[in-house]
Design a protein around this ligand. Structure first.
Ligand code: BTN
Length: 274
């Protein structure tokens, strides 16, 4: 029986281990490392309301109450199986631009992981997948004061060195890890540094040139566009073809009734290839 990929012993995301690989100007200049946290997003949101700066990184080895989109929980694999971190942003942007940051993040992560030799795709809006299985999830949270953005927390959970059998039964067909798809374990510190570097590059590009270059890259990396999909809007489920991404970050679809509609927040299920 195959034991699956070995884990790297002693690998951690303490700053001393990440720093040798980290060549950023502003992401991770303040680096808050914890052995165990309930949620890196909750901790980063606390920083937004107190002393936190643009580019602060909150990371932990173990996460006990990881949060996912739409009130779901995020399974945080123990013992080096996962990477859990949040980046605090204080962009000069109105609150309605926050969903775009999810797509900027997805592009940055997909590019970073492709740089590690794994062909990943983005499922709208925030899943990074390999072969239709989830590798990374992104939870973007806005902290605003009326029309003023106080901060945005971008939280990232990546299945890193977990083996197939480490996933609970109900996730096995739907989730995978970097180690499973590449057949070898990866250094948490190195992968975190690569992700942070790409995040800085793509955040900088977005702040300099706006959403158009991001949407172009997102379109190339998307596994959703051109597909027939089912969209869960919370109060309604619709089916149609995913056409393109709107400048607001919304997904534009043609419903089965021929009407165009767009979705800014919801769950998408791929029904069949284009
Ligand atoms: C999703 O796919 O629903 C998003 C999952 C995001 C999980 C990460 S793990 C690090 C950060 N802290 C959290 O509580 N959630 C995000």
């Amino acid at each position: 029986m195959s034991r699956g990929p070995e884990r790297l012993r002693g690998d951690s995301v303490r700053f001393a281990e990440v720093e040798p690989f980290l060549h950023t100007r502003w992401v991770g200049k303040n680096f808050f490392h914890w052995e165990c946290l309930d949620s890196t997003n909750t901790q980063a949101k606390f920083l937004v309301q107190t002393t936190g700066c643009h580019g602060d990184v909150v990371v932990c080895e173990q996460q006990t109450q990881g949060r996912g989109r739409r009130g779901r929980s995020w399974l945080s694999m123990p013992e080096g199986g996962g990477l859990f971190f949040s980046v605090l942003l204080r962009p000069e942007l109105p609150p309605h631009c926050a969903p775009e940051l999810t797509l900027v993040t997805a592009v940055a992560l997909a590019k970073a992981i492709r740089g590690l030799g794994i062909e990943v795709w983005i499922k709208w809006p925030n899943d990074i997948q390999v072969g239709g299985k989830k590798l990374v999830g992104i939870l973007t949270e806005l902290i605003a004061d009326g029309k003023k953005t106080q901060g945005v927390v971008v939280g990232i959970g990546m299945n890193l060195n977990g083996r197939e059998e480490d996933f609970p039964e109900e996730l096995r067909g739907r989730a995978t890890s970097l180690a499973v798809v590449s057949g070898k374990p990866h250094s948490k510190a190195f992968v975190l540094a690569m992700l942070l570097q790409h995040l800085e590059h793509w955040f900088d590009l977005y702040m300099r040139e706006g959403f158009i270059p991001i949407a172009a890259e997102w379109t190339v990396l998307s596994s959703t566009l051109g597909r027939r999909v089912r969209v869960d809007l919370g109060n309604e489920v619709k089916e149609g073809e995913a056409l393109h991404i709107h400048s607001s970050g919304a997904l534009v679809l043609r419903g089965d009734d021929g009407e165009l509609f767009s979705v800014l927040a919801g769950d998408v299920e791929h029904l069949r290839p284009a």
